[in-house]
Design a protein around this ligand. Structure first.
Ligand SMILES: Cc1cc2nc3c(=O)[nH]c(=O)nc-3n(C[C@H](O)[C@H](O)[C@H](O)COP(=O)(O)OP(=O)(O)OC[C@H]3O[C@@H](n4cnc5c(N)ncnc54)[C@H](O)[C@@H]3O)c2cc1C
Length: 316
């Protein structure tokens, strides 16, 4: 049976791969292909940031974690497992996602930087999108999938030969689905070359928020920002300076030789991830969008559910 996936970001590729593995005949149609999607701009660490509802995000996130651990065993996937540290301005209860991750423990008070009063370490997947997105495209094609660059104007016209349409259009999904609850959250990151102690940090509630430092094999990702309802995708110079300043405060061991790249993207946010089936124009549309700041964190769990939803609608 034919299925058309709209979108070639992390959600579209994972959904496409899972559908091919379930013996569907799958094509992806996308306005932009990697490296020009929001997914290519992501940091991209496993962390349930701005994604709801928590209960479902936890379920999808756990499944994604399991798949990411598997992917570290294969070569060239760009997925590695790292020890991540989140610092907090006040003593805080355990986070709602604590049971999903391995090796969760508190930072000892004597090891906290001066501006923080709490913090935890935990083990998570870190995904090098420069390697992972091409790897996913290759896997999708090797399984027999095809990819076409085109814009969908609506669900009626696109993929007319397919009985199943999967809407993974990210920030483009609101227009396609006429979704009034959808809003962009602009984020900017800076990729630098330099010397650094190699630790992975996040502050999303404290004085430096939002600040992350994520070393990769050949560079270090610094971030970031989260500006709700800002739909512009141009990076801002002033913000680049602020991001670098905050990263240096978070870890003074950071020495920057060169700014390699600066980019901004729009997190596709909504009160809840939309993962559900809809009957329209005599076809089944599976919506899989609105992952906010957690597209990489939820991708495989959501892709598995896409397949479950497709199978369920076929039985009904
Ligand atoms: C700065 C930044 C840092 C981030 N860091 C992290 C992180 O550390 N961890 C994490 O989990 N997440 C992170 N995110 C969030 C993550 O990037 C998103 O949740 C994720 O990329 C969404 O993926 P997607 O596949 O749904 O959408 P996208 O990657 O936006 O892909 C959408 C696809 O649909 C296509 N499309 C859109 N409209 C149409 C149309 N009408 N017709 C055809 N094709 C269409 C697009 O061209 C594209 O191919 C970050 C985001 C930003 C901006």
């Amino acid at each position: 049976m034919k299925a058309t996936v709209i979108g070639c970001g992390i959600s579209g590729l994972c959904s496409g791969i899972r559908l091919l593995e379930a013996d569907f005949d799958v094509q992806i149609i996308a306005k932009e292909l990697p490296p020009n999607t929001t997914s290519d701009v992501a940091a991209a660490i496993w962390y349930p940031y701005r994604c709801y509802p928590e209960e479902k995000a936890l379920h999808w996130g756990k499944q994604t974690l399991e798949t990411c651990y598997e992917l570290t065993k294969a070569p060239d996937t760009g997925v590695s497992i790292v020890q991540f540290t989140e610092y907090l301005p006040e003593p805080s209860p355990d986070p709602w996602w604590k049971n999903a991750v391995k090796q969760f423990r508190r930072v000892k008070p004597e090891n906290l930087p001066e501006i923080y009063r709490d913090g935890y370490f935990f083990e998570v997947p870190f995904i090098d999108s420069r390697l992972h997105m091409p790897w996913l495209m290759e896997r999708f094609k090797n399984l027999g999938g095809t990819i076409r660059k085109a814009e969908a104007e609506d669900f009626e016209e696109i993929g007319s030969e397919s009985e199943i349409i999967v809407n993974c259009a990210g920030i483009g999904a609101d227009k396609l689905a006429n979704d009034k609850t959808f809003y962009p959250v602009k984020g900017q990151s800076v990729w630098v070359e330099g010397k650094y102690n190699g630790a992975y940090y996040l502050d999303q509630h404290g004085k430096l928020s939002l600040c992350y430092v994520l070393p990769r094999s050949q560079d270090i990702v610094l971030g970031g920002t989260a500006v709700e309802h800002d739909a512009t995708v141009d990076p801002e110079e002033e913000i680049t300076d602020q991001i670098i300043q905050k990263a240096r405060q978070l870890d003074p061991s950071l020495h920057i030789d060169k700014i390699k790249h600066v980019a901004a993207g729009l997190r596709p946010a909504r009160p809840e991830v939309r993962l559900e089936a809809e009957q329209k124009h005599g076809r089944t549309i599976i919506h899989n969008y609105g992952h906010g700041g957690a597209g990489y964190t939820l991708c495989w769990g959501c892709a598995d559910e896409v397949v479950e939803l497709v199978k369920k609608t076929l039985i009904e």
